[in-house]
Structures are given as C-alpha cells and as structure tokens.
Design a protein around this ligand. Structure first.
Ligand code: ASP
Length: 439
C-alpha cells in the first residue's frame, strides 16, 4: 500500500510547518513519497517564494539589481534550515545561482523552479528521505506536453520507495535539457504524475483547508467541507469557478483509478475530501447537492427569429461566427424561436461589434441583444439525477428571496443545474442556494 503525498505552499511556509509535515509522514508508514511546493505565505501580507522568484527574474530583465529580492529568498530557506538544525550547505548553490543569474544565464522557468527545488532539498534532509529531482523524471516533449510513459519509467527507476522519496513539484525538463515549469499551482500535477507513475493507492493532497468546501467561504459563512465528490462533479465545480486543484491534476490519477484525498496539514485528524470515480454508498443520503460554485462577468447574446425552430443550420451559423473569433461558448440554452449564447465578457469584449454584425448578416434575426454583467452559478450533485423536486426547491428559494433568474440550463447528465443571474445578485444567490440545501 503506497500513499503519495503532496504538500502545498502553506504547508512549507516555515520550520513549524515542516515539523507538521514530518508528523504527518511519521504517523503513517504508507506515506513514502512526498511532493512539495515552494514556501508559501506565513501570514496574509507575506510573499510566496514563487512570486519573489518571478520578481527577481523581472529585475534582471530590466537591468535592476536583484540582490535585495534574492537575499529575501535565500534567507527564507536558510532560516528554515537553521531552525530545523539541518546541516545542508545551501550557500554555495545560492551563490552559483546568483552568479549565473547576473550573467543572464538562467531562464525564467529555471529560476522559479528553484522554489520547489530548495523546498524538496530541505524536506528530504529533514525526513532523511531520498531527493529525486523532477528534472530527472518529469519529461516534457517538444510540444510542451508531459511524456507520461518516459516520465513514469524514469521515476520508477530512480525512486527508493523503501527509504522514502521527496520530489520537488512544478517543473520538469524539455528534451534539450532546459527546465520547464507547469502553469501556476502546478505542483498538484507533479503529485498526480508521481502517484500514477508509482501506482499509488491514494494521492493525498495536503493544503490549509479541511477539504473542498461546498461553497466559496468568502461568500457563504463557514461552508461545510464536501466529504465525497466524484471526478465528474469536481470538473463541474472547477469549471464553474471553484478553485480546488490545478486543472491538469485529475487526468493522470483518474486514468489509473487512484483516489485523491484533500487534507489539511493544520488539522490532520480531519478526513478531508475524497475524490473518486464513483461511490458505492454515500455518507449523507439526504444531501442532494455536492457543492455550489459560480463566476461573474458573463455576457449573453440573445437572438430571436420567428420560425427559427424550423430553420436548419441556424445554431451552426451563430456558433461559426464565435468560432471565427476564437471565442469559447460556455452555455447555449435555446427556445423554439430564440437562442442564448453565454460567453465570458472578457473573451468577447474586443470583438463584440464584429460578432454581432456577422450574426446579423448570417442569421438575420428579428431581435439581437446583448446582456452584460451576468453571473453564472452551478449547483452540482450526482444524487440530483432523476430525482424530482430538486429544481423546484431551488427555484422556490430564489423566488422567495426575490432573485430574478436570467437563464436556466441543465446538462444532459443531470449532474448540475446552471443559473444565470445579474452580477449584483451573485452572492445572495449563492447564499440562498447553500442555505436552502445545506442548513
Ligand atoms: N510554487 C508554484 C506556484 O506558486 C507551484 C505550486 O505551488 O503548485 O504557483
């Protein structure tokens, strides 16, 4: 039985957090692989190491002395080392990096990857585990996609599971030997790749909340964590705005049917959220909604035309216009003689008038209107499917709260109910939905 664990930035922020990580690893002998992020914030006004590294690179680019920022970075790591009493001579590596940096010989990706590199060096020394550099196993192809076969084989070859392994997240290597990072938050992907490579039984993703919350805590007061969520539900929630795992995380583990368990480093006794393909039974059979998520600032292009329902190819013509402008369509509910196209306002802003005039030309609708400042909210739940009464309850609650619904959409899998409301009603809609289903 093998557990691959990944600790995010807040779990790596200072020596105190390293101690908590060690306690978690020591508490379960199946936790043999540890993937780490760069040091995160220690308090809200603090800086993430990765941000400082990006800043450092910008200094060099603009010919400004990077010494003050570079010193901030090195002292964060040296402080952790000294507080933990580790004998790791990092100074030389820092010096060598700085010299290469000043000669402009370090790419941005290489420089920012050093955040996780030094985190992993320190954690490996602290746990007395083997350090396996991600530059030696996460192999990108020339197109920037990870070559999973080669990467998995390389990690299997190098990892001494019996001893325990620490791996830096966030980066890998291109075929020409250059370091390449994932996009921000990408250590989640490294953890998922390691879990898949080593056929782990579970991928534990340790963070600073006790699992995925049912709603955004900045909007809903003290939302409950979700005990169990399927990959499909999670995809719906993330797409609709819940910030959970990095987008590329699910695929490698889902392919191998490895569950993900989101846990809290600061409350290790909490069970967190379990993410799996499916669940046989459910922890709370009366809970029909798994989570609620939403995003603001959508635009609806609404067109109507008498007889449109009988005309062939209208939808295609409308969607072709958007395709020509490379605009992704989020939702497309329609009536008999009307079509709604919902897109992110930021995506259409610069070409709105061209899009409208092309729709006018190609479809010749009777009316063509644009509604801005629309928020889209999704209530997601696998237990909603084929169960009457859920949407009735949902709409009744919103009606009672006096919220006007601008759009309704439900995916064919009945996994979600999607509502469009005015931006100004966004937070209240989230609260009403949460309270009517959870409280
Ligand atoms: N350190 C990187 C970031 O801040 C990657 C990660 O933590 O996942 O984006």
């Amino acid at each position: 039985m093998l557990k691959v664990t990944k600790f995010g930035g807040s779990s790596m922020a200072d020596a105190g957090q390293y101690r908590k990580v060690k306690e978690i690893i020591d508490a379960d002998s199946r936790r043999r692989v540890v993937v780490v992020s760069a040091a995160g914030k220690r308090f809200s006004a603090d800086h993430k190491l990765t941000d400082l590294l990006y800043l450092c690179h910008a200094h060099i680019q603009y010919g400004v002395d990077c010494t003050p920022v570079f010193d901030m970075i090195t002292s964060r790591y040296l402080e952790i080392r000294d507080e933990l009493g580790l004998q790791l001579p990092l100074e030389e590596e820092f010096q060598e990096l700085k010299e290469r940096l000043q000669k402009k010989k370090v790419s941005q990706d290489e420089l920012v990857s050093r955040g996780e590199y030094f985190s992993a060096k320190l954690m490996a020394a602290y746990l007395d585990f083997q350090f396996v550099d991600s530059a030696d196993w996460v192999k990108f192809s020339t197109d920037g996609v990870v070559n999973k076969e080669e990467s998995y084989a390389a990690l299997k070859n190098q990892a001494d599971i019996a001893r325990g392994v620490v791996i830096p997240g966030f980066y890998g290597v291109m075929p020409n030997g250059e370091i390449k990072t994932f996009s921000r938050g990408g250590s989640d992907i490294t953890g998922a790749l390691a879990a898949a490579a080593l056929d782990a039984n579970v991928y534990e993703n340790w963070t600073d909340v006790s699992g995925i919350l049912m709603a955004d805590p900045r909007i809903v007061n003290d939302p409950q964590p979700i005990p169990e969520v399927t990959y499909d539900e999670l995809r719906e929630l993330s797409y609709s705005g819940a910030q959970v795992l990095h987008e590329g995380t699910i695929f490698p583990v889902r392919e191998k049917n490895i569950p993900i368990n989101i846990r809290n480093t600061n409350a290790p006794e909490d069970p967190g959220t379990m993410i799996k393909e499916s669940f046989d039974s459910t922890s709370d059979p009366n809970r029909f909604i798994t989570g609620i998520a939403g995003k603001k600032d959508f635009s609806i292009i609404a067109l109507s035309k008498r007889g449109l329902g009988n005309e062939v190819g209208v939808l295609r013509k409308v969607l072709s216009v958007l395709e020509r402008h490379h605009i992704s369509v989020d939702y497309c509910p329609n009536g008999i003689d009307s079509v709604f196209v919902v897109v992110a306002s930021s995506a259409i802003e610069s070409c709105l008038y061209n899009v409208l005039s092309e729709i006018q030309r190609d479809v010749q609708p009777d009316t063509l209107q644009v509604y801005n400042e629309i928020a889209v909210i999704a209530a997601v739940g696998r237990r909603m499917a084929f169960r009457p009464g859920i949407s009735g309850k949902l709409f009744a609650a919103l009606g009672e709260a006096g919220i006007n619904i601008r759009m309704i959409n439900q995916g064919p899998s009945e996994l979600n109910i999607i509502l469009g409301v005015d931006n100004k009603d966004f937070a209240e809609t989230m609260r009403v939905l949460y309270n009517s289903f959870v409280k």
